[in-house]
Design a protein. Sequence first.
Length: 325
Amino acid sequence: MSAAAPPVTVVVAGRDRRAELLATLDRQPAPVIYVDNASTDGSAAAVRGACPAVTVVHLRRDAGAYARTLGVRRAGSEYVALADADSWWPARSLAAAARALDAAPRLAVVAARILGPDGRPDPACAPLAASPLPPVDGAPGLLGFVAGAAVVRRSAFLAAGGFDPVVGSPGEEERLAWDLAEQGWHLAYRDDVVVHRQPRARRHLAAQRRRQVARAAVLTGFMRLPWPAATARLQRAWHGEPPERAGAADAVRELPAALRRRRVLSAEVLAWLVRLGEVDPDDVAEAAPTGAPTGGRTAGGRPPSAPSVRRPAPLAAGAAGRPRR
């Protein structure tokens, strides 16, 4: 660990990623908190033995993305860099992120440029760099980010709820990004802030990930979008390919937990989502004006305790659909 590290804590959460952790944790240039998601491969013990400077939090149950929130709560710095088991931050990038956060008091998230083992940017970077939202201190403004490639302002992250235990992972970033914007915080992509990743090939998990992403998108929709937009997300996933359809079915089973946290976004934030193409303008037309009280009713007219959500009728095999990211 670097003695001259910037005022940032690195939080890593993982499950059964022992080899990657042992290859990356010593490369982090700042104090590290590792939250172990009930690993069965001895990850927690291995990290304690090989990296004694790392604070290890061993969970008895897999908390998914919520483990990152637990790590951020334990951090002693206001700025926290989120990392995956297979990624690490250069010291100069953490310093650049800290300067950006210092310079913009309403900036909550600095999304980094992700470089793969060949030094090329990850495909996820291009849409962030091309964001059509207003810039933040000269950098592209965002309504989303990659969880393992961001530096967050701890107080804002926690005030917006962090990553919640309902959505899980992957797909945990969307609800948090929306809630930060709802509270007046900004998110920005900084090309000068870099995180390195060396992911292992796990093609056999691609379908599983698509299923998880579809599930997260549906749950997030019912937590924050007006009823027509939330239902459209469910329909799109259900009418998609088998992984998306399975994700929709998973989400339907978990809807009660999502609806207990339902709070519809303001018209202002919904307008940005329309601009990004995330929701159809017709599906948010009935949203309450910014700052307008809803009188105990959610946008779209129905009370939150009695949504009309029914499982869509199945389509014939081969129906087209696009996964949500």
